[in-house]
Unconditional design. Structure first.
Length: 113
């Protein structure tokens, strides 16, 4: 009886680890896609300023900040992310864009000073 419960717990653990691993892979794919969409919308000059595009900060958001310059007013609020690229230009600061992953478009950005 004890062997059956140990076997059941082991199988359950393996299944849980398998599914959590699949979820992390899908999540990483989505993060890479968001990063790629944002980076491809940068100008050549902005791309030169990016310190390390692989280390972009990506966050799920519900609303755009008030100071957002919107380039595509129709977007999915349920699939909205902010992407922040560290900039080598301290006078202008970091580059912040907003991506709608459902439509696979950059929909706006924060105007840099």
């Amino acid at each position: 009886m004890k062997l059956k419960s140990i076997l059941f717990m082991s199988v359950s653990l393996i299944v849980m680890l398998f599914f959590s691993g699949c979820n992390n892979g899908n999540n990483q794919e989505e993060i890479n896609k968001i990063q790629q969409i944002a980076y491809s919308s940068l100008s050549a000059q902005e791309k030169e300023e990016v310190v390390d595009k692989e280390k972009a900060e990506i966050n799920r958001i519900e609303d755009l900040p008030d100071n957002t310059y919107v380039v595509l007013p129709k977007y999915s609020k349920d699939h909205l992310y902010s992407v922040t690229f560290k900039s080598s230009n301290p006078e202008l600061g970091d580059i912040i864009l907003f991506v709608d992953i459902f439509h696979e478009k950059t929909i706006g950005y924060i105007i840099r000073k």
